[in-house]
Design a protein around this ligand. Structure first.
Ligand SMILES: [Zn+2]
Length: 310
């Protein structure tokens, strides 16, 4: 699964060890991954681009560095340069290999290998949190980063609340109908008007407070398509830091067949057979016909899992 390869040891015990953090921060072998307004530093090599880490920038303070973990024995930090001046940003780019540039992970992600994509997704998620959560939600004081950048603490002694990076759960589900004497097995795919022309994907939505994941699946499918479902089975998950979700992938069985889309959510939705899906193009290609979702998405994984099962 893209963005979910656990090859980096998060080394949680080191986050609490200030001496170890400082030693790693100052180690010349340590890798630093800069993120600028959500964009990752990559080198557009052929045939595949690669992520780029740099040496510790001279203007980086340890309080702004986020300890990601250990890649074998090499420490990895991320840091946000979203607030940097043009000169400071150029200082970062000057330390990177030729032609390196900041690129949106959503556009480059499918081309990166999974190890690098996973590190950049992790770095993007944490720097995004640092960019947006700067004040105590209780008393409004400016927060101070601690725990290797994984915790923010209110400095007000009467408050002293801690905040942690937040991940928003979203369910994404392939709804299936078993084959009958009159029809092959079918799956429900819809398209959002904001997607590229022709792209169809599995339905998805955020989990609401006070509901289980299974009920979120059934509710979202019903809200978007008026299809009733049951037998909701968990399959896989994927971190999706755009900006801070985790996608929880399910298969569900349809208990009804007539689709009525919610036009606020979907432009269209249909039942598709495996035979029809085999003729689909893929997100980003130039074909005119219907297309499958992005190759780095869990939706793509769910659809291929279903195709393998029918
Ligand atoms: Zn506070």
């Amino acid at each position: 699964m893209h963005y979910a390869i656990p090859t980096l040891d998060r080394a949680d015990h080191l986050r609490k060890d200030d001496d170890a953090l400082e030693q790693m921060f100052n180690d010349s072998q340590t890798r630093f991954y800069p993120v600028y307004q959500g964009d990752s530093l990559i080198q557009p090599n052929e045939p595949v681009p690669v992520s780029v880490s740099i040496c510790k920038p001279t203007n980086l303070d340890i309080s702004r560095a986020i300890f990601l973990g250990l890649d074998n024995t090499t420490a990895c930090f991320a840091f946000s340069c979203s607030e940097y001046t043009v000169e400071q940003l150029q200082h970062i780019i000057d330390q990177a290999p030729n032609d390196s540039k900041f690129v949106n992970l959503r556009t480059i992600g499918p081309l990166l290998n999974n190890h690098e994509g996973s590190i950049l997704a992790y770095a993007k998620a944490l720097t995004g949190w640092h960019d947006t959560i700067n004040f105590c939600e209780h008393c409004g004081s400016s927060l101070t980063a601690t725990g290797g950048g994984h915790v923010k603490k209110c400095p007000d002694s009467g408050c002293a609340r801690l905040q942690f990076p937040r991940t928003d759960p979203a369910v994404i589900m392939l709804v299936e109908r078993a084959a009958t004497a009159d029809s092959p097995a079918l799956c429900l795919l819809g398209r959002n008007q904001n997607w590229p022309e022709g792209v169809f994907s599995t339905l998805a939505g955020f989990v609401e407070p006070g509901e289980s994941l299974e009920h979120a699946v059934m509710r979202e499918v019903y809200e978007e398509s008026r299809i009733k479902t049951s037998n909701v089975r968990y399959l896989a998950s994927q971190p999706w830091p755009f900006p801070r979700s985790i996608m929880l992938g399910f298969i569900a069985t349809a208990d009804s067949t007539d689709i009525q889309i919610d036009p606020h959510e979907l432009e269209e939705a249909h039942w598709f057979s495996a035979e029809q899906l085999k003729d689909f193009g893929t997100w980003g290609d130039e074909s005119d016909g219907p297309k499958l979702p992005r190759s780095d998405s869990i939706a793509h994984y769910l659809i291929h899992h279903w195709l393998d099962s029918v």
